[in-house]
Design a protein around this ligand. Structure first.
Ligand SMILES: [Fe+2]
Length: 575
């Protein structure tokens, strides 16, 4: 190690210049890696973007290799490799204890799931061996970090809040379901943990499965369906808030077996067959699921403020991807400020794990405000041009890609927009996006039919110039990561119908010139042409595939869909 020339990260004490690799590898989903230097993220990517396997759970060899290649850092120069999970068996011991105490039913499905989990966590210990096999023996120190601590740091350290409550809410960690922390001046104090299986993520996942979607993956669809439902269904027998906690009914704890579905079916009728028609009762249940989850999250937010005395709130964990609930927490006035880590799911765990060495010896993690998530790979114009030529694709050069793209969108075209460094986290934020005109009420259907091939009720999101957000969005706040739902002003809903949901809500991305000048320029050009500083933004991928990472994937996706044009770097491809 060498001494850090600047001391801005951690008070006035000189810090070692520390290179730390963060890894998420649970063998369950969303493997990822990031590399940090002196606490600053240099590069981060989920394995799925490189392997092209959605939610890839494999050891993230490709992501780690990409971290090293991008930064030029050699494996031997890594001071730490930090996994966002404990080493072995913590979850399995917890599961066994729950079953023996009667808190968790013993049946074939649950024992099989526990054993699978044990095997997974044992392999987690072998993450060290997996690393050495590929990258050679190093002097690197390996760490296996408590999962919720890694989530908590991933939110707090990028929030810019000195003093904040931190809620982690996910499906399950090693043994945790929800946890509360208090971040102050770079330190984290653990306040409480609600152990698995009393899990909001589990509650939502079981009803996602009941409604015919994939649990722990398609919760977005339930959230999108909810506004079409009517109030009435009461789910308090499955989840109710209770004192300083909430209580998920034991009736939902049979894993994904038919027993759990039977519990729900006894109350609400037959489970929806996947891909079958959606009936009004399904919409009503989706409404109730979302509403009940929001009630529980608001309850946790109140507890967090009361227990920490802070009116700032950081959120992480897969349930924190529920943008609708996040928006409600903010608009409720329970907190003054909220920061939701945009990679709130397990892919983002690597961000927190990488920073844990800062806590050694009573130290502090650096706390910075995250302004963007453009931490992934990029392709220069030379590489893009070489790729286009190799496929013998006709293209033209654009001196001003933003203006050309804006003009195409204003003319009703759907375009692929591939620029700069790929986003980290599940949302496309204007570098790997499909863009279209939000003024056309039929654009949702057009993009769905031509490009996304996804369910017609799922809304698309708007990207709005930050300086114009107040004109379109009620209580507009900085929302650079599309993770807070807000209400479109009633008088503007007819102006941007393609990005306004049936209940008048939207999931906006506010775009600042300093953060992404090219994307800001595109929206500004669109405004000059149309008077509307908003574009429709959806991720650049086909249904069921990860977001494109390379020019080849962008070109393949473009020609496999009904997109009209592709602006890739400085080059325009048209059909
Ligand atoms: Fe998690």
């Amino acid at each position: 190690m060498v001494l850090c020339p600047k001391a801005e990260c951690n008070g006035d004490v000189d810090l070692p210049l520390m290179i730390s690799l963060g890894v998420n590898y649970s063998q369950m989903h969303d493997s990822s890696a990031c590399i940090t230097r002196d606490g600053e993220v240099l590069f981060a990517v989920a394995e799925e973007r490189l392997s092209r396997v959605k939610h890839d759970a494999a050891f993230p060899y490709l992501a780690i290799r990409a971290c090293l290649d991008f930064t030029g850092i050699k494996p031997g120069e890594l001071d730490f490799v930090c996994f966002g999970w404990p080493r072995v068996g913590a979850g399995t011991r917890h599961d066994a204890k729950c079953m023996l105490s009667g808190a968790y039913p013993i049946n074939y499905v649950n024992v099989a799931s526990m054993m699978k989990r044990y095997a997974s966590m044992t392999s987690q210990g072998s993450g060290e061996r997996a690393f050495h096999r590929t990258f050679g023996a190093t002097r690197t120190k390996f760490r296996f970090v408590d999962h919720h601590l890694a989530h908590a740091i991933s939110a707090y350290s990028y929030s810019g809040f000195d003093d904040s409550a931190i809620l982690v809410i996910d499906g399950r960690g090693a043994w945790e379901a929800s946890s509360l922390w208090h971040g102050r001046n770079g330190t984290l104090e653990h306040v409480w943990t609600i152990p698995w299986p009393n899990s909001l993520g589990l509650f939502y996942a079981q009803f996602t499965s009941y409604l015919g979607f994939a649990p722990y993956s398609d919760e977005w669809k339930v959230m999108g369906l909810a506004p079409y439902g009517k109030p009435g269904a009461d789910l308090r027998e499955f989840l109710k808030v209770d004192g300083d906690s909430y209580r998920v009914s034991n009736r939902l704890l049979f894993g994904n077996s038919s027993s759990t579905m039977a519990q729900i079916e006894a109350r609400f009728g037959p489970r929806r067959v996947p891909e079958s028609d959606i009936e009004q009762r399904h919409k009503d249940i989706a409404f109730a699921v979302q509403d009940t989850c929001e009630t529980a999250m608001l309850h946790l937010a109140r507890i967090a403020v009361r227990r920490t005395g802070s009116r700032n709130l950081c959120l992480a964990g897969g349930v924190a991807l529920n943008s609708k609930a996040n928006g409600k927490i903010l608009s409720s006035g329970i907190v003054d400020r909220i920061f939701v880590q945009p990679a709130a799911g397990d892919d983002g765990v690597c961000l927190g794990a990488a920073l844990t060495p800062f806590l050694d010896g009573g130290g502090k993690v650096p706390v910075r405000e995250m302004r963007d998530a453009y931490w992934g790979p990029q392709s220069c114009d030379a590489e893009i041009e070489r790729t286009l030529r190799s496929y013998k694709i006709r293209f033209s050069h654009a001196d001003d890609p933003a203006a050309v793209a804006a003009s195409l969108i204003a003319g009703g075209k759907m375009i692929g927009w591939f620029q700069g460094r790929m986003e980290f986290g599940p949302r496309a934020l204007g570098n790997r996006s499909i863009l279209a005109d939000p003024r056309d009420p039929k654009m949702t259907e057009k993009v769905n039919n031509a490009v996304k091939f996804r369910e017609p009720w799922r809304p698309f999101a708007p990207s709005i110039l930050r300086e114009s957000a107040e004109k379109y969005i009620e209580s507009a706040t900085d929302s650079p990561f599309m993770i807070l739902t807000a209400q479109v002003r009633p008088e503007m809903r007819a102006v941007i119908p393609a990005v306004t949901h049936v209940d008048g809500s939207a999931r906006p991305q506010t775009v600042e010139r300093e953060v992404n000048p090219l994307y800001w320029g595109l929206i500004r050009s669109f405004e000059e042409l149309t008077g509307v500083p908003v574009v429709m933004n959806t991720s650049f991928n086909l249904r069921g595939e990860p977001i494109v990472a390379t020019p080849t994937e962008a070109i393949r996706t473009f020609f496999s869909s009904g997109m009209d044009a592709l602006m890739i770097g400085s080059f325009l491809v048209e059909k």
